[in-house]
Design a binder for this molecule. Sequence first.
Ligand SMILES: Nc1nc2c(ncn2[C@@H]2O[C@H](COP(=O)(O)OP(=O)(O)OP(=O)(O)O)[C@@H](O)[C@H]2O)c(=O)[nH]1
Length: 560
Amino acid sequence: MNPNAVHAKELYLSDKHNKPIGLSLKQYIEDERLNASQAYSLLQQGQFSPVSQHISNYGINAKPVWLSLTLINNSQTEQEKTIHIDNYWLDEVSSFWFADDHIIHFEHQGDLSLFYQQESQQPSFNLNYRYPPGKTTVLIRVQTPDAMVIPVYLFDQQEMAKKNAFNAYSYGFLYGSITALLIYNFILYVGLRLKSYLFYSLYLLNFLLLNFAYSGHGSLWLWPDSPIWQQWSIPILMVSFCTSGILFACHFLRLKFQLPTLNKILKSLCIIFPALMLLAAVLQDRVLGLIFAFDLMLLFSGLMIVLGILSLNFGNISARFFLIASISSMIGIAITCLAVWAYIPFNQFTYRAAELEVFIDVLLLALALTERFRRVENEKTIAEKMANMDPLTRLNNRRAFYQLVEPQFTERQVKKAASILMVDIDRFKSINDTYGHNFGDEVLVKVAALIRDTLRKNDILARWGGEEFIIFLPYTQEQEASTLATRLCENIAKLSFTQSQQKVNVTASIGIVTSCSAINQLPMLIEVADKHLYQAKRAGRNQISAGTSPSKERIDKLAT
Ligand SMILES: Nc1nc2c(ncn2[C@@H]2O[C@H](COP(=O)(O)OP(=O)(O)OP(=O)(O)O)[C@@H](O)[C@H]2O)c(=O)[nH]1
């Protein structure tokens, strides 16, 4: 059986054709420019060969190709159908309808024909025609140096409307969400001045523009009067998309610190490839430009995965999301390529997988940025906490004490009376000298914990320095403060330590002061509490000393 009989069969307009109709096409690769009549006689002479794929693919910089299609209208009336070519970047699409060996209609569309899209308001090639009863042969000439993939569908009005609605909704969703993300991240950059957000915004902008260019929406809405830019926009935007992606990766993964040599190489790539693209543009060699762009795109997809793995190995937690995001876009690009090359079924989902996966990649990168932001904030909070904390006892330090107490030390507070206790472990030097510094540390930690556990929720405790602690007791009269101090003295004395099988006990002395109209400033209170502590020490230690707001003379006396 002739294999050609399987392929290139005539199509009946009355049938439904949901899939690409490649197997019903015949093709002829043009060596010298042919006109429609010459191509038609070659078809009649059997010079056209059947297409063996659902979607024919001729690669980059292919010769122009003629496709033929025979359509049968076996009804008595005209039937309207649309030959839909689902590729938006073809330079020229010229179509000729033949009946009874005569041209009955023709159309020219493509990047080079200005305004063709404005008529249909669709960025695709839609060849509408009302087919008379009988047989019609359609010849389509396609020319482009870009990837010449030609997915051909035969739709009726309803199917075409369904396809257009799907495209309108899905592109609307894609462009809407990417634009929102772009604006949000750019605002974050303006507010935070973090370069990762700037490069991420640029990456999003380039993704958006590149998608506009190859989906045809750019020439429909943004640059309708610039066919030359439409032709160059795809390779140029591919390069700027990859370049901004590389710059984002360098900043986001902090390669400057982790992999400085690789960082330099990547930054050189961001100069070399745009320069090569400029050279191709100056030479007006679009094929060269496309080769540079596709090479960089391939390099970029692989590179992002390698960078993610390397950075993860260096312990960069943020690289997790980055790696998943890169793998996602790599899978998408692979699915689209396989679909376009007809290794897997070609449909809306496989053809637009790259778009979908790059969209997921973009969302994951946004997540990575927020996760990094949260981590930096946490680190900052921890650093701030550490700056206010005594590392040995984990109590507030002197700085934190002032920060916490000063705002509370208001007039009202003073009037209602607040007390301050200065606690100092007795003869701590000799404890250190006898049992060692480590044992001294253990004593400090245990005494600190005991004091903390004895206090109320709103009391403020801090390590004042060495073996000295300070306690701020809001709304506490001298009587209550003294009771607390006595209890503390007793409990500290009850603490028992063991060192070299020897039982060791420690005691503490406490100076107490309560605010009043004469002593109403925090430094004054601290000073008087200190004097009382001195008094307790002089009186024999392991005791408290309090005074009803000693006068200046008494303070001076205490000090002597
Ligand atoms: N183990 C340990 N010792 C400390 C620390 N900070 C200060 N010291 C020691 O605490 C001791 C304080 O000694 P002094 O100021 O002479 O006071 P004291 O021996 O307690 O005598 P009195 O206060 O008069 O009862 C010094 O020997 C310091 O080296 C610390 O964080 N850990």
